[in-house]
Ligand binder design. Structure first.
Ligand SMILES: Nc1ncnc2c1ncn2[C@@H]1O[C@H](COP(=O)(O)OP(=O)(O)O)[C@@H](O)[C@H]1O
Ligand SMILES: [Mg+2]
Length: 616
């Protein structure tokens, strides 16, 4: 929720960028906007013309004369007043009608625009940002447009139209009164602008305390269970009290400042009434203005002051909207880190040979993860990738999926550089069962079906049962139709892994990556799933990051990674027979005596397997 939470350097956003982003959303609706603004303008012109008839009305009444003649004229005038009032009403109705469609459509366009761009940011981008704050940015972007447009269309435009047309009308009646109104309007505007700008820093402070409160709320609600386990309710309650109290103080301050601003405006309004009427009386005495002018001026003053009341908020809202929009436009201006090259072809996988050529990868200057990796995985070969936690195994397979771009070197699949093919085709040809799968808050069936477009229910059921999901699905109240909770929290780690395996079974891509795919399963479930994995691996090039003996031993080759480098490779027996091999060390150190047991059990066909190492 705080700024600078991300290690991302955003491009500078100028006003122009925001306008361009908004315009993309407006464009399909530009004609609606045009008619909307024209209607508002006409409505306000009508509202300035009506008082002219009131002026005539009172001029005629006060002039006296033959009543029958006067009545005739008055009726005509009233008819005009009726027509213009009706016109005002009609234009306003039309404007609101256009506005309702226009704004709702544009808001939807803007959200889509933000979503579509955001979705294609890289894996690194998402590891560097909180989802909550991204959700907020998308919403605020749309809200910024709404507020800004409301401000401009319903506040600034009417104000400008009114002030200008009133000045024009009054100019033809009395030059000096027009000058007074003009000067007053300038003073009013300056007062507002400067006061608002001065007040802005307190508004920003208030906004900051507000997001602190929201942040505290979100963080502690997420951790409600932890708070409960440590019985820290009092502590958190006090913490929340602190932030809300701070917020209350800043809120009080900004509200008081608003009251002062309102008071200033009130005084200015009283003053203009007084001065205008003072001069009007003088001019009336000199026979320069009529009684009707008093009425006209009074109506205009009321109308301007009415319009100006909303003006106090205009500048704050504009600033706020600008800040809100900027946060999202920043993300939309940030180029996607991983992009298809212009002439990218689709990856075509024949045999599925995977080749790493002198691959080096750094997260940043200080974190070198993989160094000069050279490796060829033959078509259909199954390799196990092992090594201490943090050795770079997950990063290694993410590079293959092109979630990151290599710092140097390249990765080839069937002689095609993964950086040169389309990302879509690359990932369609690889199944990944991740270390810690996250699920959609959708039904289990939908989650499993994610592995294959238009999967039939039979296919889903088959995959689920192969991945041994049946065992837990049958215990769920609505079976496959059960919702799994946000991120899949209603399932255990092992259950989520089985869902991920079911997805991979459905996807059936020629290259398979298992990233500790069974790490959260107990030995028994793992052994059951091993069959499914075995059949999944058949005829597929497979990279399995694993630490269980049962998985590792099934593989054609074992690659040991340490400190970002391949330190050993070979078959299980080869590596064990080597003295001082890291593999042997990992084995004996971390599995301890289990190694022997395991070997015996393998021989005896027992079903218990133990970890050779325990990580994560
Ligand atoms: N997003 C990241 N930014 C910076 N460093 C990272 C990031 N992700 C992982 N690392 C670093 O890369 C190292 C290797 O991570 P990883 O490939 O996940 O290890 P493994 O899967 O072998 O346990 C970690 O020790 C970590 O310090
Ligand atoms: Mg890992």
């Amino acid at each position: 929720m705080e700024k600078n939470q991300a290690n991302i350097v955003y491009p500078k956003v100028k006003f122009n960028d925001i306008a361009t982003a908004f315009w993309r959303g407006i464009k399909p609706q530009k004609w609606r906007m045009f008619f909307l603004l024209v209607s508002i303008t006409l409505a306000n012109i009508a509202s300035v013309i009506t008082p002219i008839f009131y002026k005539q009305f009172f001029d005629i009444v006060s002039a006296g004369g033959d009543k029958r003649l006067i009545v005739g004229k008055l009726v005509v005038i009233i008819a005009y007043i009726f027509i213009f009032n009706l016109g005002f009403w009609a234009f306003y109705r039309v404007a609101t009608l256009f506005n309702n469609t226009f704004q709702s459509m544009v808001i939807a366009n803007l959200k889509r625009q933000a979503y579509d761009y955001l979705m294609h940011h890289s894996y690194s981008f998402f590891t560097n940002n909180f989802v909550g704050s991204l959700v907020q940015r998308v919403n605020r972007f749309a809200r910024a447009f709404e507020n800004l447009f409301d401000d401009i269309a319903w506040n600034l435009l009417p104000l400008a139209v009114k002030v200008i047309s009133i000045l024009v009308v009054v100019y033809f009646i009395n030059f000096w009164i027009a000058v007074i109104i003009f000067i007053w309007a300038i003073i009013f505007l300056l007062f507002n602008v400067f006061f608002s700008i001065w007040k802005l820093k307190y508004d920003i402070l208030a906004a900051e305390t507000d997001s602190k409160t929201t942040g505290y709320l979100a963080d502690t609600l997420t951790n409600q269970n932890t708070i409960s386990v440590f019985n820290r309710f009092k502590y958190e309650s006090q913490g929340f009290r602190d932030v809300t109290e701070k917020q209350a103080l800043t809120m009080k301050l900004t509200w008081n400042l608003s009251s002062i601003m309102d008071a200033g405006q009130g005084i200015l309004s009283v003053i203009i009434e007084f001065i205008l009427f003072y001069f009007a009386i003088i001019y009336w005495q000199q026979g320069l203005v009529t009684v009707g002018v008093f009425v006209l001026l009074q109506l205009y003053v009321i109308s301007i002051i009415d319009q100006l009341w909303g003006f106090t908020r205009v500048i704050r809202i504009m600033y706020q909207s600008y800040a809100d929009a900027k946060e999202m436009v920043e993300i939309m201006k940030l180029p996607h880190e991983i992009q298809d090259v212009p002439v990218a072809k689709n990856l075509s996988v024949g045999n599925g040979q995977v080749e790493f050529e002198d691959l080096t990868f750094n997260f940043n200057e200080t974190r070198q993860v993989l160094k000069n990796i050279n490796l060829i995985i033959k078509p259909g070969e199954k390799v196990a990738l092992i090594g201490p936690s943090g050795a770079g195994k997950t990063t290694f397979v993410r590079l293959l999926l092109r979630f990151y771009s290599p710092t140097s070197g390249k990765i080839l699949i069937d002689e095609q550089n993964v950086s040169k093919v389309t990302q879509g085709s690359l990932r369609e040809n690889i199944s990944l069962v991740p270390q810690d799968p996250i699920l959609f808050h959708r039904t289990l069936a939908e989650n499993i079906a994610y592995g294959k477009k238009n999967a039939t229910i039979e296919e889903i059921k088959r995959a689920a049962s192969l991945a041994h999901c049946d065992e837990f699905i049958n215990n769920l109240p609505q079976g496959l139709k059960t919702y799994v909770g946000e991120r899949g929290v209603k399932l255990s780690g092992g259950e989520r892994q089985r869902v991920a395996i079911a997805r991979a079974i459905l996807k059936n891509a020629p290259i398979l990556i298992l990233d500790e795919a069974t790490s959260s399963l107990d030995s028994h479930s793992e052994m059951l799933i091993q069959d499914a994995l075995d059949s999944l691996m058949t005829d597929k090039t497979t990279i399995a990051i694993a630490h269980r003996l049962s998985t590792i031993q099934r593989m054609d080759r074992i690659i040991v990674i340490d400190n970002g480098q391949i330190v050993e490779q070979g078959s299980h027996d080869e590596l064990l027979s080597k003295e001082d091999s890291l593999y042997k060390k990992l084995w004996t150190l971390q599995a301890g005596g289990f190694l022997k047991e395991e070997d015996e059990e393998e021989v005896n066909g027992a079903d218990e397997n133990e970890d050779i190492k325990d990580e994560d």
